[in-house]
Design a protein around this ligand. Structure first.
Ligand code: DAH
Length: 342
């Protein structure tokens, strides 16, 4: 028996498969149900009891080593076919699923492109912001509701060092810009903002804004209006009209909200514009002189305008999307619809 095992071992050791079929024959011949190793196992019952332990070990080793050899050859055949695949230029390519840009990125890029054509540069600021940049420098009074826990995600509340919060708007970046550069300033600030809101079809606790700022000598409300009219026409089409309604923001004086003629019904009245023909898209105004002074810009010499818009809102109007939650679900069926958009 020992001799038979040794002979078989030698035969297996010297075996070199030429191809996959050859290897398969080897498997059947040695490891198959009626193979040579199985035959030896069948003979095992004839081995004298005192040799059984020793022969049993030899037999098991033989079987395991043969299986290992088979596996190794299998692996080497597999990887060499893959290598061949990679170098065979005539082989048809596997279909690669391409991703698409997220609609919010598409719109952010378009907003950046529209403003960069009239000389606005892009700048960004931190999402975790201190009280000064998010509120105080922007002229928010101490008791303003946005400073309340109900509306803002605070990270740290401290009377000594000042509060730290997730920024509630990108207006914080205009403060940083004015503190760090001298007029003329012409910039937009895209970014993510956070508010303690219940999630619904119209609101989310995370969303995106683009803030705009223009500071120079003799900047007037007429400049603001013309800049925003240009933006509305570029974004929603040449026939778009705008209207400015008086409003209030702590950091601008005077302040306004801007509506565009409804891009869905063209102003005739529909569900989206609640049958008024107009939809609100942004807040704006002339930068309050207090804010200029807070940021180290002489308000006797310079004036400026600012505006802020929600990217989700613009995207919903451009593509007729009715539920804001879709932007955050990342359902491929939704995202695929924006394939090819830049
Ligand atoms: N920060 C305001 C908001 O989040 C939007 C805004 C309004 C920005 C008027 C401005 C502005 O720069 O002038 O609702």
């Amino acid at each position: 028996m020992k001799e038979k095992i040794a002979l078989l071992n030698a035969e297996i050791l010297s075996f070199l498969p030429k191809n996959q079929e050859h290897l398969e024959q080897f498997r059947i011949q040695f490891l198959g149900k009626k193979g040579k190793i199985q035959d030896l196992f069948a003979d095992f019952k004839n081995v004298a009891p005192e040799f059984r332990k020793e022969i049993g070990v030899l037999l098991n080793d033989l079987k395991n080593n043969t299986q290992q050899k088979l596996d190794e050859f299998k692996d080497s055949f597999l990887s060499s076919t893959e290598e061949r695949k990679a170098s065979d230029l005539s082989m048809s390519a596997d279909f690669l699923e391409l991703g698409a840009r997220h609609p919010l990125s598409v719109m952010r890029n378009e907003i950046i492109s529209i403003f960069s054509r009239i000389g606005f540069v892009v700048s960004e600021g931190p999402e975790i912001e201190d009280d000064w940049h998010n509120f105080s420098a922007l002229n928010f009074p101490p008791e303003h509701p946005a400073r309340d826990m109900q509306d803002t995600f605070f990270i740290e509340k401290s009377l000594e060092t000042g509060d730290i919060a997730l920024r509630t708007h990108t207006s914080s970046v205009q403060v940083r810009m004015m503190e760090n550069s001298k007029p003329p300033i012409r910039a937009i600030f895209p970014g993510r903002v956070f508010r303690n809101e219940a999630i619904s079809a119209r609101a989310h606790c995370i969303f995106h804004q683009v803030e705009g700022l223009y500071i120079d000598k003799n900047v007037s409300f007429a400049d603001l209006k013309q800049t925003l009219l240009y933006f509305a026409k570029e974004m929603f089409g040449e026939s778009t009209r705008i209207r400015l309604r008086p409003s209030y923001f702590p950091f601008t004086e005077p302040s306004a909200e801007m509506d565009i003629s409804c891009s869905i019904c063209g102003g005739k009245g529909c569900n989206i514009c609640k049958h008024t023909g107009w939809v609100e898209i942004l807040g704006c105004g002339m930068v309050d002189p207090n804010v200029l002074d807070n940021c180290g810009i002489d308000s006797n010499l310079y004036t400026g305008f600012a505006f802020g818009m929600g990217i989700e809102r613009i995207t919903m109007l451009r593509y007729g999307i009715k539920d804001l939650r879709l932007f955050f679900e990342n359902d491929v069926r939704f995202l695929k619809q924006f394939e090819g958009a830049i």
